[in-house]
Design a protein around this ligand. Structure first.
Ligand SMILES: *[C@@H]1O[C@H](CO)[C@@H](O)[C@H](O)[C@H]1NC(C)=O
Ligand SMILES: *[C@@H]1O[C@H](CO)[C@@H](O)[C@H](O)[C@H]1NC(C)=O
Ligand SMILES: *[C@@H]1O[C@H](CO)[C@@H](O)[C@H](O)[C@H]1NC(C)=O
Ligand SMILES: *[C@@H]1O[C@H](CO)[C@@H](O)[C@H](O)[C@H]1NC(C)=O
Length: 272
């Protein structure tokens, strides 16, 4: 009995690790160290990792113009993707290992080949791309109208489920449950239904992404969250400062950006 009580209280202590005891970021009660992957970038945004190559894609500002860049997580090599002018949004088809870049100069969407650093235009001409997401098909939202489309064989089709509904960001989880963020808040709904459930109106969601298991996470200026579909709310799992964007690497480590840096969070071994 005594042993059980001790184990119980140890678990409590582990769960309540204060951020003051951690020289890094506490995620779900566990201390993670901050690995700065890139520094001195102007507002790195819309980050995502291609799990096949372990290359991270991001956009940032140069002289107030948006530019897409890549960061090879194996070699830490950094580069500008000059082949796609004014790249802004990114999506990866993790099954076919295809990378998409959406632009902000009315040039639509490109496919980018990391192996030979070439790009090929695939559609959505004449619009600015606000966000993109890939699951079974490529979804994108436009700026400033915030209409959600799918792009298939070069053809853009407005997403039936989202007709009459604005969305800045639209994502789909592993159960084909859809989440979107618009000017009113964060909403979720089952595919094929029209009525959305309200998840949150207070948290300023800047990024919605899936981890390697297809679970949706959100990033706001002050934290990282996971969606709780039972309680229909966001559960905060980490406090961060000035969060802009979130992604997961192929080992499911979190990577986030703030207004200057791209940072990977790695579980500290040894202590908790
Ligand atoms: C960027 O835009 C801001 C606000 O419009 C302006 O004040 C600043 O001078 C611009 N910077 C450059 C390098 O163009
Ligand atoms: C990206 O482009 C900017 C502006 O031309 C340049 O200053 C910077 O060094 C480039 N970054 C890399 C990694 O080549
Ligand atoms: C670049 O690589 C892609 C994918 O392997 C290929 O389809 C494309 O033809 C290549 N482009 C050039 C110019 O070599
Ligand atoms: C956001 O979506 C919700 C749910 O469909 C809707 O009620 C609300 O009017 C939308 N807000 C905006 C600004 O479009």
């Amino acid at each position: 009995m005594k042993v059980l009580i001790i184990i119980g209280s140890l678990a409590l202590v582990t769960g309540e690790l204060a951020s003051s005891d951690c020289n890094g970021v506490v995620v779900r009660g566990k201390c993670h160290e901050k690995e700065v992957l890139a520094d001195n970038l102007d507002r790195p945004f819309r980050i995502i990792v291609d799990f096949h190559t372990n290359v991270l894609y991001f956009s940032y500002s140069i002289d107030n113009n948006t530019v897409s860049g890549y960061l090879d997580l194996n070699t830490k090599e950094l580069g500008n993707i000059t082949q796609v002018p004014e790249g802004f949004a990114h999506a990866v088809d993790q099954n076919r290992h295809e990378v998409y870049i959406g632009t902000f100069n009315k040039d639509g969407i490109y496919k980018f080949f990391y192996n030979n650093k070439t790009a090929e235009r695939v559609g959505a001409n004449g619009v600015d791309i606000w966000s993109m997401f890939y699951k079974d098909e490529l979804y994108y939202s436009t700026y400033p109208d915030e209409v959600v489309y799918t792009l298939k064989n070069g053809e853009s089709i407005e997403l039936e489920d989202m007709k009459g509904n604005e969305a800045e960001i639209f994502v789909v989880d592993r159960d084909d449950y859809e989440f979107f963020k618009n000017g009113s808040g964060l909403y979720g709904k089952r595919r094929g239904t029209t009525d959305a459930d309200l998840y949150d109106t207070q948290i300023i969601v800047r990024s919605l992404v899936t981890d390697v298991f297809g679970v949706i996470h959100a990033c706001s200026e002050n934290g990282i969250y996971v969606v709780d579909k039972n309680k229909k709310m966001l559960e905060k799992i980490a406090d961060i400062d000035d969060g802009f964007s979130l992604a997961f690497d192929r080992d499911n480590n979190m990577v986030y950006s703030d207004s200057l840096q791209i940072i990977r969070l790695k579980l500290k071994s040894g202590d908790f």
